[in-house]
Design a protein around this ligand. Structure first.
Ligand SMILES: *Cc1c(COP(=O)(O)O)cnc(C)c1O
Length: 420
């Protein structure tokens, strides 16, 4: 029932004041135990898969890496998949494979985790931020075109929250100006765009297996591509820039190896890949539960005019990594912080995704100016991520909606009272 607080206020006054008092003001929290915004799901079979590898001969760069790559490529429908030690390593490797270096520019969104832009700086190039669409909060293709210069080499699009970007439009500009299109799909494994699965649409697509993401390997990442040259470069890059790996050397009985580029140790272990495979087998169930939770939230908040729920589109399927609401009532500047703190006090592990990347002190030091992406900056002031992960029970989901209703109702009445 939406707006419990308001309806009850007219009936049983005393009880209402007690139950509706915000935890931050000394009232009872909606729940006793803290609910995080994201968390992994690990079963016995996941644990067993890791243990089996630990008892085998190869614990890193062995058969499980190849197997996981093949299964992953198959899942998304791409020709090649290359596994790495993290989603960040995957982004770095993708930028490397595109041949991006000093003097080059890469256009990306400011409303993302810093790694989506840092990977450009790792290669000595410059990230350029293009503003987002106010509804999807994904990079706006029209803003991308405005930022294209003679130095632009690539675009890194991020499927914010798991909702795919407008790839047909972005692709049009990429083709027109001869740019490569990297997709940071850390939020979007299993998502779909116009009947296609994320991971096969763009030149290079990167994924993350951090525990808050859909499937986990502890730390880990993947890149999918249909381009064999890219795949080859990625494999070399993750292994110091060396051409043959230890396993091939042993197989062939040769000692010789060549370092042909400056690479890194971005390898992933076999036991992580075993975990990745047992997780991948459950991905569709995880995705279904995330979709279900998102549906429950959107339904619960449909009658709450103070909140804008995430948009849903006919031609794409979100992977629902995040469920981000926008507070759309007239807010004094500090209100989001107060609502955030009030929800945390109710033991709801809300979060904020993201501080615009160029607002971070490091980027400010590099000379990036605030104000260049007004939609992203305005959205940042109003958004809150609610907990969403497959292990959440219906009770957890109910606690979140109850807490949001309670806090919003309370906040509205106090601002109204102050206004009088
Ligand atoms: C999680 C994430 C990354 C980084 O992935 P790691 O595996 O933590 O290195 C990059 N980009 C986005 C958008 C992410 O959410």
């Amino acid at each position: 029932m939406a707006f419990q607080g308001r309806t009850q206020k007219n009936s049983g006054r005393v009880g209402v004041e007690m139950s509706q008092q915000l935890a931050i003001n000394g009232g009872m929290p909606v729940r006793d135990e803290f609910l995080p915004y994201g968390s992994q799901w690990l079963d016995e079979d996941d644990i067993q898969a890791v243990v089996d590898v630990l008892k085998s001969d190869w614990i890193t760069t062995g058969p499980k890496v190849d197997e996981f790559e093949q299964k992953f490529a198959q899942y998304v429908g791409a020709k090649y998949a290359v596994a790495l030690s993290s989603g960040t390593a995957a982004l770095h490797a993708a930028v490397f494979a595109c041949g991006i270096g000093p003097g080059d520019e890469v256009i990306t969104t400011p409303l993302t985790f810093a790694a989506s832009a840092n990977c450009v700086i790792y290669q000595g190039a410059k990230p350029v931020f293009a503003d987002v669409q106010p509804d999807t909060l994904n990079i706006d293709p029209k803003e991308v075109e405005k930022k294209i210069t003679g130095k632009t080499k690539a675009i890194i699009a991020v499927d914010y929250t798991g909702l795919p970007c407008d790839y047909d439009e972005i692709r049009e500009f990429a083709d027109k100006y001869g740019l490569l299109l990297i997709e940071d799909a850390s939020h979007a494994i299993g998502a779909g765009y116009k009947g296609k699965r994320i991971g096969l649409i763009n030149d290079l697509t990167t994924f993350s297996f951090h525990p808050v993401k859909h499937i986990t390997t502890g730390e880990g990442g993947m890149i999918t591509t249909d381009n064999s040259e890219f795949a080859e470069k990625l494999r070399i890059f993750r292994n110091h820039g060396i051409i043959t790996g230890a396993r091939e050397r042993q197989k062939k009985g040769v000692w010789f190896y060549k370092m042909v580029d400056l690479g890194y140790n971005y390898r992933i272990t076999d036991f992580q890949c075993a975990l990745g495979m047992s997780q991948l087998a459950k991905l569709d169930l995880f995705l279904a539960r995330r979709r279900e939770i998102a549906g429950k939230y959107s339904k619960a908040f449909a009658n709450l005019p103070e909140i804008t729920t995430p948009p849903v589109f006919e031609d794409r399927v979100s992977a629902w990594h995040l469920y981000v609401i926008q507070l759309n009532f007239d807010l004094p500047r500090e209100s989001r912080s107060r609502i955030f703190a009030a929800l945390r006090a109710e033991n709801i592990g809300v979060n904020v995704h993201y501080i615009p990347v160029y607002w971070h002190p490091y980027y400010q030091k590099l000379g990036y100016k605030k104000g260049v992406c007004p939609n992203a900056e305005a959205a940042y002031e109003r958004l809150i991520s609610l907990p969403i992960f497959p292990k959440m029970t219906d009770r957890d989901v109910h606690d979140v909606t109850k807490a949001v209703e309670k806090v919003v109702a309370n906040f509205q009445s106090t601002t109204a009272a102050r206004g009088r």
